[in-house]
Design a protein around this ligand. Structure first.
Ligand code: NI
Length: 249
């Protein structure tokens, strides 16, 4: 079930069956010469949308702008600074919790978001901790590639040239979902360099076409479909387990 394609009475009815909601969260940022700018928010959205076709789970609207300051040297990137991102995640969560959702699961598509999302969770829990009161909801963050079986599959599909940014696995997922938006380009070296992540101009100097350690030409829609199927199955399993966790206070 998709929250944005539902009515409020449908959400009210869902809350009598389950108080768990999945929020795809990502980033709109450069993904090398062939990767779509939306790759990092599209991947978790694609996986969660696929999962809700076969399970009674609720998927909220995608939080599609994240912490991508280091990609601002490339046109099309949109970034929130960490403090803005923390404030926005806080209000998304408070809104959902106010309706009675007590298990809020963020399915993430951008490694650069992790530190800030975890900080946002700590801010939310701290509001209860300072009052010595139960918070009343639990939060979970999972990167889609860390879902059970996904990284093992990606390593088998791409034994060399996977890298860490503009990877063939994430690009395969978008190619599977949006075959009309598949891009090609000549680039070299075949496998991009790796190194540290600092500010935007430093990033562009180190990684001139935007890739890190990857060869995105290895991507294919078929491999993307395999990744989506594995990720959707594992997501359904993990969300059921999270939803069933008891509250101790
Ligand atoms: Ni990415």
């Amino acid at each position: 079930m998709l929250l944005h394609q539902s009515t409020w009475p449908e959400i009210e009815a869902f809350l009598t069956r389950s108080k768990t909601v999945i929020i795809p969260i990502g980033s709109n940022e450069q993904h090398g010469p062939t990767g779509l700018l939306g790759t990092d928010w599209m991947c978790p959205e694609i996986i969660a949308t696929e999962a809700q076709k076969t399970a009674d789970i609720l998927v909220g609207p995608t939080f599609n702008i994240g912490m991508a300051q280091h990609h601002l040297g490339f046109p099309g990137t949109i970034s929130l600074r960490p403090s803005t991102f923390i404030a926005a995640i806080g209000d998304w969560t408070r809104s959902l919790a106010a309706h009675g959702f007590d298990k809020i699961y963020f399915l993430n598509g951008h490694g650069g978001n992790v530190a800030t999302i975890e900080a946002a969770f700590s801010e939310l829990y701290a509001e209860a901790s300072f009052l010595r009161q139960p918070r009343g909801f639990s939060l979970k963050l999972r990167n889609w590639w860390d879902l059970k079986g996904v990284m093992r599959l990606a390593e088998a599909q791409f034994p060399v040239g996977h890298g860490s940014h503009a990877t063939p696995s994430e690009i395969s997922v978008t190619q599977w979902a949006y075959p009309n938006a598949i891009k090609t380009a000549d680039y070299s070296p075949k496998i991009a360099p790796t190194g540290p992540i600092r500010e935007a101009l430093d990033f562009r100097a180190r990684y001139p076409d935007g890739r890190m350690g990857s060869d995105p030409a290895l991507a294919s829609p078929q491999k993307g479909g395999e990744l989506v199927n594995q990720a959707a199955l594992s997501l359904i399993e993990e969300v059921a387990s999270f939803g069933g966790e008891p509250f101790l206070v």
